[in-house]
Design a binder for this molecule. Structure first.
Ligand code: PRP
Ligand code: URA
Length: 209
């Protein structure tokens, strides 16, 4: 079974309540997606390996820890996942970035892949996949399938909002992947949108509707 982590810190809950509001502007929405992503990443990165290092302070030697290896990659699912990248990369400036482009067919709600560009050595990297929404789970599963076909073995998925259907689908298809969410909402509507949700994340980030 994958591990499901709901990162329900008060700061995240507060920001999520503003994110959901239909009156929130595109500018505010973008900023909030970035802020929530950074706060969630703090928790999602908790188990990154460290190595011991001695540092000379002006007064003495301090026994410290630094991130070991640093072979990390952030992979947003386009479009909406792009909104989560910048603040995470600001915490991990040496991470590589891959892109997987998927859109949901409006009739079938199944993902259609239109772009995939990953770092050459992605199979040797620990990967964080980011996308604000986990609805049916189809897009997440397709992205995880693509990453595994490139040799990735250590993958964490980060979604701001999910629902029981999407979480169950990802768990069933990819039981080895850890899932971090800010909230698991109630259900999907007949158009496979999350209820109560926040609407269409891509449209709200990019102002396309
Ligand atoms: C949204 C969202 C996820 C997907 C989730 O993207 O960002 O990628 O839907 O739905 P699922 O779990 O049912 O697959 P969308 O297809 O609307 O594309 P966009 O990001 O380009 O707007
Ligand atoms: N994609 C979104 O952007 N929102 C949803 O509620 C479901 C899929």
């Amino acid at each position: 079974m994958s591990n499901i982590f709901v990162v329900d810190h008060p700061l995240i809950q507060h920001k999520l309540s503003i994110l959901r509001n239909k009156e929130t502007t595109v500018k505010e929405f973008r900023e909030l997606v970035g802020e929530i992503s950074a706060l969630m990443f703090y928790e999602a990165s908790r188990n990154l390996p460290t190595q011991d290092i001695d540092v000379e302070t002006p007064l003495a030697i301090a026994h410290c820890k630094q991130l070991a290896g640093k072979k990390l990659a952030i992979v947003p699912i386009l479009r909406a996942g792009l909104g989560m990248v910048d603040t995470i990369v600001s915490l991990l400036p040496s991470a590589k970035i891959g892109h997987i482009g998927l859109y949901r067919d409006p009739e079938t709600h199944k993902p259609v892949e239109y772009f995939c560009k990953l770092p050459d050595d992605i199979g040797n990297r620990r990967v964080f996949v980011v996308d604000p929404m986990l609805a049916t789970g189809g897009s997440a599963i397709a992205a995880l399938d693509a990453l595994k076909s490139h040799g990735c073995r250590h993958i964490t998925m980060m979604n701001i909002l999910g629902c029981p259907e999407g979480v169950a689908a990802v768990q069933a298809a990819h039981p080895d992947v850890d899932l971090y969410l800010a909230c698991i909402d109630e259900k999907l509507n007949e158009h496979a949108y999350i209820l109560p949700g926040l609407g269409d994340a891509g449209d709200r980030i990019f102002g396309t509707k």
